[in-house]
Design a protein around this ligand. Sequence first.
Ligand SMILES: [Mn+2]
Length: 331
Amino acid sequence: MRFQAEFRQISSLIGDNQRFLITSHIHTDGDAIGSSLALYHYLNQLGKAVRVAIPGNIPVKYGFLNTKKIINHTSQKNLAAFIQEAQVVFILDISTLDRLDEFYQPIQESAAYKICIDHHPVEKGWTDLLIQDTTRIATAEIIYDLLRYLKANFNSEIAEALFTAILSDSGGFRYPGTTRDTFRIAADLMGYGPDPARIYNMVYEQASVRQLRVWGRLLHKIEVDGHFSWITIPFEFIRDKQIFPEEVDGLIDLLRKDSKAAVVGVFVQKNEDRVQVGLRSKNGVDVGEIARGFGGGGHKHAAGFTVGKSLIEVVDETKIKVRIASRKVPE
Ligand SMILES: [Mn+2]
């Protein structure tokens, strides 16, 4: 197991402290939520005071993990006070610290010991301890190792949270980066109750007919440049159809089905001159590097960024960067 020294340090921090905050990224996802909840249940079992605070909306489809009761489950004022008084803060799956959004400043200013655990390439920044392993498909794999190291009492809640995190970040155990360890961990977790078919259904089969129709209209507009396929979603379309960020994730999963594509992307025009871009790689092109070139973040296989430019400019610049990055990858 990697990170023995760091895990030992976390073990003594947990022993010595009482108030813990767990946080993750805005536009949150299954890995962020599942990793946070697993750690929450563990600390809760130990009788610690622990809160989970995640910026932005929590996708409703993760409600089966009891997110409503646990995440941000306190008034803004109480949460602000808790952040200020926390002794240890865990920042999970963050990729770039800006993704703490509304919690960035209060956490940076807090006197707490700050631990960042991530499978994205991430800068240590102002955190005190960084545990980073970019070979893992999900942050939850590292949390699993940590909880095993800590000799946590695995139960169905912890196992279901971790299983959901790994299943969702690996696209149902299909994306590049899914390893033998991924399956070994998933198999071990299954022993505590998670039902993969049920969890897959919760994560991937919850679209409404309205959403499917919207995706149908957008899929009509696929554009292709070599091995890059993408869809642009103009601002007016988002406004008229009321598209939510989590629906865009579903769309990018559908785009991956293009057999000729090595990289797929969705360009969401947030307003006149702000575009949010999600990229996925299928053959080893490092989309994380492309996203960082635009000031964004992510890992090799999945990344994103937001830029203040016109839709056409962003598409053109991304197209060129994908072409250049594709040349580095053997066919
Ligand atoms: Mn992740």
